[in-house]
Ligand binder design. Structure first.
Ligand SMILES: Cc1ncc(COP(=O)(O)O)c(C=O)c1O
Length: 377
């Protein structure tokens, strides 16, 4: 059995989620928008999941909208807010380390006449709220800073950013695809206006996500058609996916987070004590419970990745979404990591099922691969 250390890319479905998806596919036969009994039964499933997702972030169920992916939720939040508020301004602020599903829409919005500011991060990947505050002008519509980074796991000070955005009357969006159920989110206390939540990072099905839209916040729809989701996102409900997403949120357990934190620290300790010159990328303390990202000096990530792959140990170089491109990770570049460190970065991300034994095997494999590579040089 392979050792799967790529849980930031996607997770395996929990058995209870599979059962929920299966039961829904088998028994809920209607379209959730239909008025007949089967339609109503499907709608009950969707509404049940909406309640669960809402409760988990202290939102009202009417503030949760279902979408097809983290990518779509991010696009909808940013483009939707930009166009809905265009008469009030044309300025958007994002951090330099956002996921491509935030960076690409803002790059496109620039071609549509919007002005974009990119907030720098420090060497740990942290945004300074003061930098955000300084960039906000009367023309600013929206600030988007991710809750936790998908490559290096750094957790951003969203509560401080939320408070200052609210004070200045600017919308605040956070992409919580990686942090959802791992780092607490309270949309009221954190002063959040728009939050992207993902199913397939938390042992739920792929192809389903949510966007929290605070009551009163307007966004223009990306996808037009039927009246689903109050006109915010048209398209027939993915009832099975939504049911599975709800289940994944319902069974998320704080004890798994604590366990992963312990294993993450063990993994980091093992690497740092056994391999000289390694550099931990990202913040040591403001870090997701399941993220380990190291640069191995003198070694590029690609051969290391290939050799681990051969041994059945699945990791990532850079983020999964850019893994096949030749460009250096924009996140590591933003840390001022330098070419060699960016080139040599390997990301290993745990799940609630990762064991200490698997970590021991992975560490030993990394050590022997490094020995082999360095001996050849
Ligand atoms: C931080 C972050 N945002 C957005 C996404 C995109 O989510 P999806 O794969 O559901 O489109 C990902 C996926 O890796 C992510 O890690």
């Amino acid at each position: 059995m392979p050792i799967y250390l790529d849980n930031a890319a996607t997770t395996h479905l929990d058995r209870r989620v599979i059962q929920t998806v299966y039961a829904c596919a088998k028994e809920k036969l209607g379209n959730a928008s239909s008025q007949h009994r089967w339609g109503v039964q499907a709608a009950v499933v969707v509404e049940g999941a909406r309640q669960i997702v809402a409760r988990s972030i202290n939102a009202d169920h009417r503030e949760i909208y279902f979408f097809s992916s983290g990518t779509e939720s991010n696009n909808a939040a940013i483009q939707g807010a930009a166009f809905a508020h265009r008469k009030h301004g044309d300025h958007i602020i994002v951090s330099a380390v956002e996921h491509p599903s935030v960076l690409e829409p803002v790059r496109w919005l620039q071609t549509q006449g919007f002005r974009i500011s990119y907030i720098k991060v420090d060497r740990q990947g942290l945004v300074d709220p003061k930098d955000v505050s300084r960039e906000i002008t009367k023309r600013t519509i929206i600030v988007s800073v991710m809750h936790a980074n998908n490559e290096i796991g750094t957790i951003q000070p969203v509560r401080a950013i939320g408070a200052l955005c609210r004070r200045k009357g600017v919308l605040f969006h956070t992409d919580a695809c990686q942090s959802f159920t791992k780092v607490p989110i309270d949309v009221r206390k954190d002063r959040l206006d728009l939050v992207t939540l993902n199913s397939h990072k938390i042992h739920g099905p792929r192809g389903v996500s949510a966007l929290y839209i605070r009551k009163g916040v307007k966004i223009d729809p990306l996808i037009r058609g039927g009246h689903q989701e109050n006109g915010v996102r048209a398209g027939t409900y993915n009832t099975e996916g939504i049911a599975g997403f709800g289940k994944a949120v319902e069974i998320a357990d704080q004890r798994d987070v604590t366990r992963m934190q312990g294993l993450r620290d063990y993994f980091i300790r093992q690497i740092e004590t056994n391999i000289a010159g390694v550099v931990l990328n990202g913040s040591r303390h403001q870090r997701l419970c399941n993220n380990i990202n190291f640069s191995f000096p003198g070694v590029t990530g690609k051969p290391m990745f290939a050799l681990l792959n051969k041994k059945g140990i699945y990791v990532a170089t850079g983020s999964a979404c850019v893994a096949n491109t030749a460009t250096l990770s924009h996140v590591l570049q933003a840390l001022d990591a330098g070419q060699e460190r960016a080139d040599g970065a390997i990301r290993m991300t745990l799940s609630k099922w990762t064991t200490k034994k698997e970590i021991d095997v992975a560490v030993k494999s990394i050590m022997s691969i490094l020995d082999g590579i360095r001996r050849k040089v």
